[in-house]
Design a protein around this ligand. Structure first.
Ligand code: ATP
Length: 304
């Protein structure tokens, strides 16, 4: 597999506090890599290091095949576009003026491509409207257009949907998918919105206390998601006896509720249990979420 970014035991300290404690991750080319962690886990620090805004105290990373201590890393970094925390846009300028400014900063001699970029992020009809009158979603899309101005192969988005309304979230989701599918851009996205992230990510890195505790592809994760059926029964003792006899994995939730971790044939279950004078009052199928997976892995109920 070809990786656009590989990190090896990256460490970073702020004073005596270790914000990164040996981070190892690998981002495959073409992936949408979801970086998940609680507040303070080290996501932004890691992103800032990869973008060259901070230096690790030890460890290394390889970006497009170039180690960070090589002078060619500067060229590799030009292949990155990033929005860290808030998009860097000028509120008194229109979308077009913002992009022109970015082109100037990058030393780009012509404005070719700006119209196409504005169309791509659906801001081509905003005319003279300055960015201060944009919705948060429009500002975020303008930020992405600015990050795309250097034609990056890897786009890093730190919390891209924070504060957005449902419509804004869908627009960003569709834009990310479009850029990934049509332009082949690889993404590194940190987000607290696990449900939303799970709609687009192709793999995940779970970071806890400055360490990647798990890297997993969305396919592996899907197989990991245990399907369960929750049933509400009368005479739970008999039900438990039956499940034990049949070696069906289960968990008693309350005095009349049980989770069954197997693709059970419900009508068969109803028949078998009724023979034992045990009636099923109700049942529902449940699927584990990315959030549950995360919490099971890192423990606790804290904010993700
Ligand atoms: P959040 O989701 O809250 O942004 P994060 O996972 O991005 O969290 P970081 O911002 O990387 O976490 O911070 C990691 C840890 O390092 C936190 O405990 C934070 O308080 C600490 N930290 C970050 N920047 C500094 C700094 N400049 N000086 C001292 N400590 C810092």
């Amino acid at each position: 597999m070809e990786y656009v970014l590989e990190t090896h035991n990256l460490e970073k300290k702020y004073g005596r506090f270790k914000a990164l404690d040996g981070v190892n991750l690998q981002i495959p080319k073409g992936a949408i890599y979801g970086l998940i962690g609680r507040n303070g886990a080290g996501k932004t620090t890691l992103i800032r290091i990869i973008c060259g805004l901070q230096k690790p105290i030890s460890g290394a990373y390889k970006l497009y095949g170039v180690f960070n201590d090589r002078k060619e890393i500067v060229t590799s970094r030009k292949r990155i576009g990033a929005i860290i925390e808030t998009p860097s846009i000028c509120l008194d300028m229109t979308a077009e003026e913002n992009l022109k400014e970015q082109y100037k900063v990058m030393g780009n001699p012509s404005y070719d491509g700006i119209e196409e970029l504005l169309k791509l992020v659906e801001l081509d009809k905003t005319g003279k409207k300055t960015a201060k009158h944009f919705s948060l979603g429009m500002k975020q899309r303008l930020g992405i257009a600015i990050a795309l101005a250097g034609n990056p192969d890897l786009l890093i988005l730190d919390e891209p949907i924070n504060g957005l309304d449902p419509e804004g979230i869908i627009e960003i989701r569709e834009l990310i998918l479009k850029l990934n599918k049509e332009k082949g851009i690889t993404f590194l996205i940190s987000s607290h919105y696990l449900d939303e992230l799970s709609k687009i990510a192709t793999c995940y890195g779970i970071i806890e206390k400055g360490k990647i505790v798990k890297e997993i592809s969305s396919k592996e994760l899907e197989n990991n998601f245990k399907k369960k059926v929750q049933i509400n029964v009368k005479n739970i003792k008999e039900c438990v006896r039956y499940l034990e006899e049949e070696k069906i994995p289960y968990k008693v939730i309350s005095e009349d509720t049980i989770d069954i971790y197997k693709n059970v044939n419900v009508s068969e279950l109803v028949i078998e249990l009724s023979k034992r004078n045990c009636t099923i009052n109700s049942f529902k199928e449940k699927e584990e979420t990315l959030e549950n997976y995360f919490l099971n892995l890192v423990g606790g109920e804290d904010n993700v």
